[in-house]
Write a protein that binds this ligand. Structure first.
Ligand code: MG
Length: 253
């Protein structure tokens, strides 16, 4: 066990709500604009401008030296793809975009995977399975449940679709730091996991591979790809445990 999980006050949750609204707004903008022919750097610039124009700071830029504002991961890239002026989106690609901002000292973090034009049925199924896995995980965000209930919900959904969950990267607590305790794996663990309490803020982020769960990091030191070259999808929401229903801060309504 590492550091304790920090419970957030209503005032803190309010700031996190605003941060996450900016993140959701940026992702929504990219979803509207995505099309073949764009570079991944263009997506990064749009997200960065959106954050800055909403008085927030992109959270990933400079984080442990990450060079972009947006993580853009295409097809077999799982997470942490670096935006580039020489990487162009093509019809049939799937693109995972992960964005975070800091606003009034608090973080928001969310991700979606988008199809570029028409994609194969398998890629479409992968996106949908991952999106649904996140929704099932969010359903478990209730006081009295444990982190393992979230992990199990993801794993069961993904395995029912005959895909696999990435084990090397996990979700996380979030607040005045981008990454706080607890870790939120997308697979069930045998040991006892933390109990969910009102005020916990969790970035839940299933990363799902069409083939094997194994991944590797490219020589750029960042880009995570599937070991077998098959595609991968990623969805993420920042969610707060309340006395009642889960509060999804990064959902646009
Ligand atoms: Mg995250």
């Amino acid at each position: 066990m590492g550091r304790a999980i920090i419970l957030k006050s209503q005032a803190e949750i309010q700031k996190m709500q605003e941060a996450n609204r900016i993140v959701a707004g940026a992702l929504s903008l990219l979803q509207e604009r995505i099309e073949p022919g764009l570079t991944t750097l263009q997506l990064d610039k749009w997200a960065e401008q959106f954050a800055l124009s909403h008085k927030s700071t992109p959270a990933f830029k400079g984080y442990r030296g990450f060079p972009g504002s947006l993580c853009v991961s295409i097809n077999e890239e799982v997470v942490h793809g670096i935006p580039s002026p020489s990487v162009v989106l093509h019809e049939g690609d799937i693109v995972s975009i992960d964005f975070g901002v800091r606003f009034k000292g608090y973080y928001g973090d969310a991700a979606i995977t988008l199809p570029v034009g028409n994609v194969s049925a398998r890629k479409g199924d992968l996106i949908e399975a991952t999106r649904v896995a996140l929704e099932k995980a969010i359903e478990q965000v209730r006081p009295g449940n444990r982190i393992n209930d979230i992990s199990t919900a993801v794993e069961q959904q993904v395995e029912a679709c005959h895909f696999s969950v990435v084990r090397q990267f996990v979700g996380h607590g979030i607040g005045s730091e981008l990454h706080e305790p607890p870790e939120i794996p997308n697979y069930r663990r045998r040991e006892r996991t933390e109990k969910l309490l009102p005020g916990m803020a969790l970035a839940i982020e299933p990363m799902v591979n069409a083939g094997s769960y194994e991944v590797k990091v490219l020589k750029d030191g960042w880009t995570v790809v599937t070991a077998d070259g098959q595609p991968s999808a990623h969805f993420e929401h920042t969610v707060v445990v309340t006395e009642g229903e889960p509060l999804v801060l990064s959902r646009l309504d």
